[in-house]
Structure formats: structure tokens, C-alpha cells
Design a protein around this ligand. Structure first.
Ligand code: NAP
Length: 298
């Protein structure tokens, strides 16, 4: 069977079923494919794009687009849509959860209780406090703003670094190193795909009481430098949703007690994943009906 819609990579079951029901979507590439549906995790490589001669649009489930070869796509005039906005709250919720967990050591103290150490070794050591902490956000976009809004309830002071200055009531820092030197917690909420923006220098600037929270992309951080900094006490701890080579998390990171590791679940709530699926469907419908995407990548 041929269809203008390709399920280019595995999708969540309800979305795949909707695309088959509504558009007879297929899983095998063919010359008739006009719209390829993928996810931010798998994207679409230059080879995959080249194998689809009639491709006009890529619709991606997720907001990161570092897995799509934009150069190959743009050279052919192919449009790209992602699912921005609908996942902002879920990712920001998780970022704040990771921040609280790393600073207050919720997961580590859970292990302390489960391991019988409370009775054996006595009270858990004191931790830092979340309320009033200075939080530096790298990537003050939709998700970064939502994190800052939530942290207002904790009376945190917010600073940020973007490539350009935004019209916001927060202090701008012109480099990640400068932001790290100011901050108690560095939160990464920028797109990935380029060189790391956090390496040994930025981690040294953050300092021994500092924490890193990364819900952006693993590629934002020099992972070996992060592991070294967590191991030798250059920084205090980290909360990570994203990694350099997902789903592989280095043993050296998994062995550390001062990190909270979650498996890229920032947008992973039932409500948000359904809203993302609906936005994918709206983009596919709009493109097939009138050649326009609802949420095109600018
Ligand atoms: P957005 O609204 O486009 O915000 C991105 C922000 O990052 C912008 O303020 C941008 O400002 C800044 N930025 C871009 N490149 C930068 C760089 N090299 N250094 C510093 N700042 C930079 O996107 P969003 O919806 O908030 O999503 C942000 C990212 O979160 C996504 O790209 C994705 O990687 C990640 N994400 C993760 C999950 C998860 O499950 N963990 C889920 C969704 C999204 P300037 O243009 O001025 O630099």
C-alpha cells in the first residue's frame, strides 16, 4: 500500500495508530511519501532524506531538532515541524524536581534509608537549601522561562545566558562561565547539537557547592569533564535527564552517589505525550490539506 505519510521511526502506539487510521500511514519508505513523521530522538538523517524523492515535510514528535540534518533538508526546501509549547510545563516540572532532588539529596537519602544506614549510622548529613538559591539558566526560552516562573515560588534569584539578550527581569551573563561563577545551580535548557557549552572551565567556575541540572541535551555538556568534576568534588552534584549517548549512561556516572539520573523523561507524562501526538496530527493534516505546517521550525 502507498501513502503520502511515512512512519519514519517508532512512534508511541496511539499516535502511530491514528496516523494509520487517518492517512493509511506506512512504515516502508516509498517514492510517494510527502510527509515523514519522526521523533526528536531519532530525527531524520541525510541518507533517509535522500531516500525520499517526493518528501516535502518532516513532522517531529518533540521539540529538539538536533537529530534532523537541517542542511540536507533545507537544501531541498523541505519544511520541518516540531511540537513546541505543549511539553514546556512537563519538562519544567521535571527540571525543578531534579533541582530539589540534587540540592536536598532526596534520592541519595532514600538510598540511605533503604540501605539500613539511618539506624546503623545515624542521621543523614545536612544539605543545602533550595529556597533563595541563585539559579543560572542556560537557554531562557519557553522551558527556561517556565523553570524560572516555578522557582519564583522558592524565592530563587535567576540569572541567564542566551546567545542574545532577552527582554526579561533577570540578569544577563554574557558567557556560560560567567553565569556559572555567579550561580549556585546551573540549569541547562538550551538546544543541543553543537559543541558542549559546559566543560571543565565552567564546572570549576560553578564550584564545590554548585549543582548542574540538565534537561536540555546531553551534547550541551562535556560528559567526561562532568564525571571528573563530580568525582573529585569540583562540583557538589548533578541532576540529569539527558546524556551524551542515550540510552547508554557511563558506568562511572551510574556509580556516583551525588547524581540523580533519569532516562530522558522530561516530557514523559500521559497528558503531555497525548498533546504532542495531537500537535503532530494537526501538522500532518494541515500539510496534506493546504501545504502548511501549524508549528513550523523557523
Ligand atoms: P526554545 O523556546 O527555542 O528556547 C531555547 C533557548 O535556548 C532560547 O532562549 C535560545 O536563545 C537559547 N539558546 C539557543 N542556543 C543556545 C546556546 N548555544 N547557548 C545558550 N543559549 C542558547 O526551546 P524550548 O522549547 O525551551 O526547548 C529547549 C530545549 O529543551 C530543546 O531544544 C530540547 O533540546 C530540550 N528539551 C528537552 C526535553 C526533555 O525531555 N528533556 C523535552 C523538550 C525539550 P538564543 O536564540 O538567544 O540563544
Amino acid at each position: 500500500m502507498s501513502s503520502p505519510v511515512l512512519l519514519a521511526h517508532p512512534l508511541q502506539a496511539d499516535l502511530a495508530a491514528d496516523l494509520v487510521r487517518l492517512h493509511d500511514a506506512v512504515s516502508d519508505p516509498s517514492d510517494g511519501v510527502r510527509v515523514a513523521v519522526t521523533t526528536s530522538r531519532f530525527g531524520l538523517s541525510a541518507d533517509e532524506v535522500a531516500a525520499l524523492p517526493a518528501l516535502e515535510a518532516i513532522v517531529s514528535f518533540g521539540v529538539g531538532y538536533d537529530s534532523i540534518d537541517l542542511e540536507a533538508v533545507r537544501s531541498r526546501g523541505i519544511q520541518v515541524a516540531t511540537t513546541p509549547g505543549v511539553l514546556t510545563d512537563a519538562v519544567a516540572d521535571l527540571a525543578v524536581g531534579l533541582l530539589i532532588d540534587t540540592v536536598r539529596q532526596v534520592s541519595a537519602s532514600d538510598r540511605y534509608v533503604r540501605g539500613g544506614r539511618w539506624a546503623a549510622d545515624g542521621n543523614y548529613p545536612l544539605t543545602g537549601q533550595v529556597t533563595g538559591r541563585k539559579v543560572g539558566i542556560v537557554g531562557l526560552g519557553r522551558i527556561g522561562h517556565a523553570i524560572a516562573d516555578r522557582l519564583a515560588g522558592f524565592r530563587c534569584e535567576i540569572g541567564y545566558h542566551n546567545r542574545s539578550v532577552a527582554d526579561v527581569p533577570y540578569a544577563y551573563h554574557s558567557s556560560v562561565a560567567e553565569l556559572a561563577a555567579w550561580a549556585d545551580v546551573l540549569v541547562l535548557a538550551a538546544p543541543g547539537g553543537g559543541d558542549p557549552v559546559v566543560g571543565a572551565n565552567e564546572l570549576a567556575a560553578l564550584g564545590a557547592e554548585g549543582h548542574v541540572v540538565n534537561i536540555g541535551r546531553g551534547s550541551l555538556v562535556d560528559e567526561p569533564a562532568l564525571i571528573a568534576a563530580l568525582t573529585d568534588g569540583t562540583i557538589a552534584g548533578a541532576g540529569l535527564d539527558v546524556f551524551a549517548d542515550e540510552p547508554h549512561v557511563p558506568e562511572a556516572l551510574r556509580a556516583l552517589d551525588n547524581v540523580v539520573l533519569v532516562p530522558h523523561v522530561g516530557s514523559g507524562t500521559r497528558e503531555t505525550r497525548r498533546a504532542m501526538a495531537d500537535l503532530v496530527l494537526a501538522n500532518v493534516d494541515a500539510f496534506l490539506e493546504r501545504g502548511e505546517l501549524v508549528t513550523p521550525l523557523s
